[in-house]
Design a protein around this ligand. Structure first.
Ligand SMILES: Nc1ncnc2c1ncn2[C@@H]1O[C@H](COP(=O)(O)OP(=O)(O)O)[C@@H](O)[C@H]1O
Ligand SMILES: [Mg+2]
Length: 445
């Protein structure tokens, strides 16, 4: 039951406190009233009034005073209890909004009416370790644009959005949105401004990567194109009557055109596989068969390079969910690299094997060469577009610098893992691993 906005228990407490205080006051005033009564009695006796009447009047006055005092105390206690209840409700509210902001994954900071920090959520605490409740937001940034935005939002309550460049602890661009909270209470420490921070560094890096990619692709295309244009001019000019020079130039022009065409093919492959990366393949294929076919198709290339290809399938079917064309592309890219960058005439081995992993198993396909190997500092960057250990040698060997980037995206699409291991002087092993499909009779091909 609710009484004066309080529950029964608080009302009972308030009443008990009121009665105790009233009794104390009555006790304090009783001696005064006694003196008044005696004095009054004497005066009355002298003036002819009955002393009993005076005593009765004084007693009535005493009871009246007690009642008035009780009522006043009652109201005071109720007021105090109600403000206590209000304070606990406000604390509960504060606990709730703080918990809600703590669940936000982006950094959020809250200021009070005076512009001091009243809350820092965990995401903000992680980045801005110096911030403390009660502190000033200038510890977050001293950028005048930010400080002015705080003043303005405190002033007129209009949302502000600013971008600041930070140098410490590392270079990053941050967008800060300052939003005023509608006034719900007069509490000085209540939330007044919510500061939400968004790190734009990743977005910037992606933008830069895109711009770099376009610049690299254009550069790769422009080099053979410039050479083609040069030879055309030469053929139209001084070489027009020289059949030997013409034949030689046409040969080079053919190579340059082929290089451009490989580059365009690889660019298209990359964009196609990137577009499909979020949709994993759903067809069950046997990697023993797919890899064998891919290796077989490269036999003539290996023979021309004086190298041998060794293929070892795994025991039993090696069924995974995969896209045959893409797996063939992966194997061919890796085997071609092994033939190109391995020791001349040395073997390239392709192995399919089963890797147990707890109750499930995965199928691993490894392509190993016996070449000079790759210095370890290059390994993490090999799958970046256009990254080459030796750009000149790659170009001379007909490489586009996109092969391993395509491989990585295809393996990502298959939700697989791609590993590169290399030992200088011994050779390199490129391995991709894909979950094996549970062996059901219907899944077998
Ligand atoms: N088997 C290998 N042995 C040594 N280096 C390799 C091997 N495979 C790839 N690389 C290095 O990785 C680079 C990137 O390979 P890739 O993306 O296939 O591009 P490309 O072959 O067109 O140059 C190559 O330029 C080469 O420097
Ligand atoms: Mg390659």
């Amino acid at each position: 039951m609710q009484l004066l906005g309080m529950d029964q228990q608080s009302f009972g407490d308030a009443l008990r406190l009121g009665l105790r205080t009233a009794a104390r006051r009555v006790r304090q005033r009783a001696s005064l009233l006694l003196a008044v009564t005696i004095g009054g009695g004497a005066v009355a006796l002298m003036g002819g009034l009955s002393p009993w009447m005076i005593v009765l009047g004084a007693a009535l006055a005493l009871v009246l005073a007690a009642l008035v005092s009780l009522e006043g105390e009652d109201a005071g206690a109720a007021e105090r209890a109600s403000s206590r209840a209000q304070r606990s409700a406000a604390a509960e509210m504060a606990g709730r909004w703080r918990a809600a902001l703590d669940a936000v994954p982006d950094p959020v900071i809250v200021l009070n009416h005076g512009g001091a920090i009243v809350h820092i959520n965990p995401a903000a605490r992680e980045i801005y370790a110096l911030l403390r409740p009660g502190g000033q937001p200038s510890l977050l940034s001293r950028d005048p644009i930010f400080l002015q935005a705080i003043d303005e939002v405190l002033d007129d309550g209009r949302q502000q959005s600013v971008e600041i460049q930070e140098r410490i602890p590392f270079d990053r661009r941050v967008r800060i949105t300052l939003t005023a909270v509608p006034e719900t209470s007069a509490d000085e420490d209540g939330p007044r401004v919510v500061i939400a921070l968004r790190d734009l560094t990743d977005q910037d890096r992606l933008g830069r990567m895109r711009a770099d990619f376009v610049a690299n692709a254009s550069h790769e295309l422009r080099t053979p194109l410039a050479s083609l244009v040069g030879f055309i001019e030469t053929l139209q000019g001084r070489a027009s009557d020289d059949p030997v020079a013409r034949a030689r130039f046409l040969g080079i022009m053919g190579q340059q055109a082929a290089r451009m065409s490989r580059l365009v093919d690889d660019l298209l492959s990359l964009s196609r596989v990137e577009m499909r990366e979020h949709v994993p393949p759903r067809t069950a294929i046997d990697l023993n068969d797919t890899v064998a076919a891919a290796v077989q198709a490269l036999e003539p290339v290996a023979r021309a390079a004086g190298a041998t290809l060794k293929f070892s399938p795994c025991d039993g079917p090696a069924v995974v969910l995969g896209e045959t064309d893409e797996i063939v592309q992966v194997v061919q890219n890796l085997v071609q690299n092994g033939l190109k960058y391995g020791a001349p005439g040395s073997p390239v081995a392709v192995t399919v094997r089963r890797e147990a992993r707890g109750p499930t198993s995965r199928i691993a396909v490894a392509v190993r060469d016996e070449g000079p190997g790759i210095p370890p500092e290059h390994l993490p960057r090999l799958t970046e577009r256009f990254y080459r250990v030796n750009p000149k040698s790659s170009r001379e060997k007909g490489g586009t610098g996109l092969g391993l980037a395509i491989v990585k995206h295809i393996i990502n699409r298959h939700r697989g893992e791609f590993r590169i291991e290399s030992e200088l002087g011994k050779g390199s092993t490129f391995t991709f691993v894909i979950d094996e499909q549970a062996r059901r009779p219907s899944a077998a091909l």
